[in-house]
Design a protein around this ligand. Sequence first.
Ligand code: PLP
Length: 413
Amino acid sequence: MNERLAINGGTPVRTQPFGQSHDFGDEDIAAVTEVIRSGNIGKGPQVAQFEREFAARHGVKHAISVTSGTAAMHVCIGAINPDPGDEIIVSPWTAGGSFIGALLHNCVPVFADIDDTFTLDPKDVEAKTTPRTRAIIAVHLFGNPCNMDALREIAHRHQLFLIEDCCQAHFAEYQGQTVGTLGDINGFSFGGKHLSAGMGGIVLTNDEGLWGRGVLFADAALPRANGPYEGLPYANYFLAPNYKINDLIAAVLLTQLKKVDGYIANKIRAAQQIIEGLADLEEITPQRVRQGDRHTYWVLGFTIDTNRLNCSAGEFAEAVSREGVPLGGPYIGSGKEGPLYRNPFLAEPDCYGRSRFPFDYEREKPIDYRLAECPYGEALMCRGVNLSMLPSFTDADIADIVQAIRKVAHHYR
Ligand SMILES: Cc1ncc(COP(=O)(O)O)c(C=O)c1O
């Protein structure tokens, strides 16, 4: 089989658009309407109920709802309160939102390499640890859990905070334990992820001290009624942003929370069928999932063997997309644009005016991200292609996805 590709003027596998990423409907409209009719759309009972329900679903004591995943990760950093110039270890294959908060807190990212799970390689985390390291951010990329036992052991031994970035990984499980329950303090995004209100985020923690400071940090460090600092005189106690959400957002999150298990079950089923449908193609390898873990597939990621296929990952993705199946090329870019340490805000750098702050703070030589290297991840992720998973995928959709990828793979052999 070597059909003419759509990109070369052939007939595309598919011309129909795919379905929706979320099932927003009457329940959401009713919930929002009720909040508006109550006359109080600020932060109120819906936010409190959502925090209780989300924390209970995770078996965690405390939740702090915020405006985005970026805000959630910032609150994690604000809660641990590192000093300027402190180092935070993170993977460079993640959204900037994983550590924008750390940069705003004047910390510096130190990039550790990944392995074939597309998540932090504990060996390189260990190698990148210095006396200035304060925390590790474990990003469960695409919904695939990090090696949490190994990271926790390193964090414990070096007295570091372990922070989970669960933005893409709602209800994923590391060896039977739901992500967001394994780090000291952990962030989620609700901006288009499995559970979504188009925006929003949340922080989970069991640590009373981190919760107390986190609650203040998300709210301009103002003590409020029903909060951990109720009764303190009204004042801004330290420098902090305002990341509060309102009851309109929380009402949608509450109705969507009832649907999220269904979304995730469908994504996992679809991912497994697509992986099976491509299993005999030796040129295409799925992101490795550790045995005993539950990947929740916000994104289904593969790497292609560019020695066997006569194309780059970007060309492969473009050809599949032209078949009517939107496939992305390397995540966070490759070559000049990616991974994150090549992005201008770090590589130039462009953070605080014309200064090199915080990369030169109390350092003999400023950190130069143009020299950063994660060789295993660079060789792997420049061959990456990825598919955003929809809970609405039908068997017919899955068949088209498999057919489009197979058609392109056969062509480039
Ligand atoms: C891993 C990761 N961390 C953080 C963020 C930031 O979340 P938000 O876009 O809600 O600010 C994202 C967003 O895609 C993400 O994927």
